[in-house]
Design a protein around this ligand. Structure first.
Ligand SMILES: [Zn+2]
Length: 789
């Protein structure tokens, strides 16, 4: 492939108008003749200390811009080659600069559409230009470059603003760029990045941090045997290793960034804030701000590579900043950053069925042969000896997690095996050993079954699970860990609801004809979280349903784990202040966590009762989900909330839940409505809560007072809850989409009282989420104590 560059008419990939591969490639000359869309790379080398850009003087025999000063490095991408590998190769070939991929920051893609006539020949240029920035600390001494004579006659550094001025004036010694057009971004990005206003930056970070309440989560371990305490410590150590994998899964330079920010945290107030906010987000992108970057490559680690260029007298060698893109890459570090969906599809279609399943499976990453070989040619260490070049005409290949993260996983497996040997709980023993085996074999089936059957005081969830980070395809799982202790009270409540599920079904407020003789709820484990790690950035998960592996879901269903102490911390820092602001003085005292959590558990159990499989009026068998389609999930959440409330009253009246106070339950639910609706009505839970609130308000069970506070009419609320339960259950039983639509149109709205409540809540500073600290884990891991704010 590399040889093709020497020929005038090497092949290039033809792209669609939106820049995707078509699968067709043509000689470069024909592409320019026919005006086909194609791709090129531009690399700018920028020296931070002098704010200079490197330019090269194009050789006189060059096709493009002979005799003019131009970009540090540029060129077309040959057919089948990728953007980043091309950028790295060209830099090496033309300037003698050899850099790893994390030195390259893709800053934007510019589309050049132009027609030019040269020597009587017409060229139609429709070129996507992948623009990369390489940030070095100091200018590279000119004698350190090795210039490719045929292409480059000289190089020089120039201040980026001086260069911008020359371009704006269309100076004839410089290849032209429209600095007022797309290419102006290069100069804007640099200006923005090095604008020295630490005070403003600190203020912004402080505001971002203040949305999280810092919480220390302590858990009582007194009930554990010594063996389980020892096992717990080992599992926490394994979880800390799992954490490392997650940083790497997000982006390849992310572990460098983390270490750098931690090392520099004590240097200044701003550095402290950067580290504090990074610890919450675990990436340079802010979770609560649609992943907008709050750091730039300028904030990242300095890496010295003495062998990057020829030696120069008195110079220790090239130092660059480990780069990351300011836009969160959709494929995270699961795919090559410059791979598009079409390239993946063409490769996938060439594979056998098994290979396809592996490529699109949870537990593999996709890499490039060309990159592997380029890295191999640069350094011979640290790479496995498998030959990835042979046997395929495609550049992509899959690597199992067990191989990609083997150094981490073998350590974690060792710790889990040790913990498994120590614990006396048979189900925990089985889970820990099978999970350790899965880390090494890449087959998680057995360990997921063992997780479903876990019945132990120490509760462990560890491994690759959620696929949210893979925004490109949603195939790849990130590593996470939730290490916890079983909560006995919560577990007893789950059992109580489970034991009475049939009784509840029989008494549901709906026509007896719709009732089922055979109900079951997904198993729930209520736990106290001791430590979480891996993919737990930004807003904290209070409950999760696993596994996601379809094979197990089909055979065995799923299990839910609810994190009670995390829930309690959110309640205290978020719901309580909301209640204080929105609810009358008399009622405030009734709002409490026990009611909140009991209702949450009941909500989950109530997903198991009511109509699921239904018979349509015409006798056809169907399901509620199929009939209600896009309205189903919101109505199902509303059902679980409403029927959950109904069930609590029913069980209380039966004498089965003597410890709860119904007044507390209703007051707490009222406050809960304002919390959910704060984030709008786009999500199923928010919609469900709006329906509940507006129905109860219409029935005068929730009262809006002249002083803009809210209260509950305890005489009316029970009936109002029952009438809404009947409405929802009947719509579900009939699969009546038209009625569901009407119900949402009328009640799923930000009504006047909700508007007032939202406005009042904006005035007080209620945190959006919490940032937990884990003192037990910190002691075991010997971590430094970093205050969050
Ligand atoms: Zn639910």
């Amino acid at each position: 492939m590399a040889a093709a560059h020497k020929h005038e008419d090497y092949l290039v990939d033809v792209l669609t108008k939106t820049g995707n591969k078509t699968g067709v490639s043509k000689p470069r000359r024909d592409v320019l003749r026919d005006g086909d869309y194609h791709r090129a790379v531009h690399v700018w080398i920028f020296a931070e200390s002098t704010q200079e850009l490197l330019l090269q003087l194009r050789g006189d025999c060059n096709q493009s811009w002979p005799g003019l000063w131009n970009i540090s490095n540029a060129g077309h991408i040959s057919a089948g080659d990728s953007s980043l590998v091309t950028a790295r190769r060209k830099l090496q070939k033309e300037l003698g600069v050899i850099l790893p991929k994390d030195a390259f920051e893709m800053i934007f893609v510019s589309l050049r559409e132009a027609i030019c006539i040269k020597n009587g020949e017409k060229f139609i240029i429709n070129e996507f230009e992948d623009v990369y920035l390489v940030t070095t600390l100091d200018p590279i001494p000119l004698e350190a470059f090795t210039l490719q004579e045929s292409e480059v006659s000289a190089v020089k550094y120039i201040h980026y603003l001086e260069y911008k001025r020359l371009l704006a004036n269309e100076d004839s010694e410089y290849a032209p760029y429209d600095v007022n057009g797309q290419y102006g971004q290069l100069f804007d990005i640099i200006t923005q990045r090095y604008k020295v206003d630490n005070v403003a930056r600190s203020l912004t970070l402080q505001k971002q941090l203040q949305r999280y309440a810092s919480v220390s989560l302590n858990v009582e371990l007194a009930g554990l045997t010594d063996a389980d305490k020892e096992a717990l410590a080992l599992v926490i150590k394994a979880a800390a290793i799992i954490d490392e994998i997650f940083y790497l899964q997000v982006w390849y330079s992310n572990p460098y960034l983390r270490d750098w920010l931690e090392q520099s945290a004590a240097a200044s107030e701003l550095d402290k804030l950067k580290w504090a906010y990074y610890r919450i987000n675990k990436t340079p992108w802010s979770s609560l701000d649609e992943n907008e970057a709050y750091l730039t490559t300028a904030d990242s680690m300095i890496i010295l590579v003495p062998e990057a260029t020829r030696k120069a007298r008195g110079w220790k060698g090239l130092e660059y900043k480990a780069a990351f893109p300011w836009q969160k890459p959709p494929g995270a570090n699961f795919y090559p950053p410059d791979m598009d969906k079409m390239e993946f599809k063409l490769w996938k279609d060439s594979l056998t069925k098994d290979q396809q399943n592996f490529a699109t499976g949870f537990f593999s990453v996709i890499k490039r042969r060309s990159e592997y070989n380029l890295d191999l040619s640069i350094c011979n260490s640290g790479l496995d000896s498998t030959n990835h070049m042979e046997g395929s005409t495609y550049d992509l290949y899959s690597v199992p997690f067990s191989q990609e993260y083997s150094s981490f996983l073998s350590k974690a497996a060792e710790l889990l095996h040790k913990a498994g040997d120590i614990t006396c709980s048979p189900s925990l023993k089985r889970l820990l050993h099978s999970k350790a085996n899965a880390f090494l074999s890449n087959d998680y089936y057995e360990s997921d079954i063992a997780w479903m059957e876990l019945d132990s005081k120490v509760d462990v969830t560890i491994g690759p699970y959620e696929t949210y980070e893979d925004a490109l395809f949603g195939y790849k799982a990130t590593f996470e860990a939730f290490i916890a202790i079983r909560d006995e009270k919560g577990t007893a409540q789950v059992k109580l609801f489970g034991d009475n599920l049939q009784l509840l079904e029989q008494n549901l407020p709906m026509d007896d004809a719709y009732k089922s003789k055979d109900v079951s709820a997904a198993p729930i484990r209520v736990v106290q979280l001791v430590y979480n790690a891996g993919d737990v950035k930004g807003p904290q998960t209070v409950a999760f349903n696993l596994p996601n592996d379809e094979r197990i879901v089909q055979d065995r269903g799923t299990s839910m784990v609810m994190l009670k102490n995390l829930s309690e911390a959110k309640f205290k820092h978020i719901l309580q202040p909301i209640a204080d602001a929105c609810i009358t003085n008399e009622l405030r005292g009734f709002v409490d966590f026990d009611s909140y959590f009991t209702h949450t558990v009941c909500h989950e159990c109530c997903h198991g009762i009511g109509p699921h499989t239904i018979t349509r009026p015409d006798g056809r068998q169907s399901t509620v989900r199929l009939e209600l389609q896009e309205l189903h999930s919101a109505l199902e959440e509303a059902k679980a909330d409403t029927v959950g409330l109904w069930a609590l009253k029913f069980l209380f009246l039966q004498g089965l839940l003597p410890e709860i106070s119904l007044k507390s339950v209703y007051a707490t639910i009222l406050a809960g409505c304002f919390r959910s609706i704060r984030f709008g009505l786009t999500e199923a839970h928010g919609k469900g809560q709006a329906l509940l609130f507006n129905w109860l308000y219409e029935k005068e069970a929730f009262i809006f007072n002249p002083d803009e506070t809210f209260s509950v009419d305890f005489d009316k609320v029970g009936d109002a809850v029952e009438s809404l339960s009947r409405e929802i259950l009947t719509i579900q039983a009939r699969g009546d989409k038209a009625s569901a639509k009407l119900l949402f149109q009328k009640y799923c709205v930000i009504s006047e009282p909700l508007k007032v409540a939202s406005r009042n809540l904006e005035r007080i500073q209620v945190p959006v989420d919490i940032a937990p600290e884990f003192p037990i884990a910190k002691e075991i891991l010997g971590k430094k104590n970093w205050p969050l704010c």
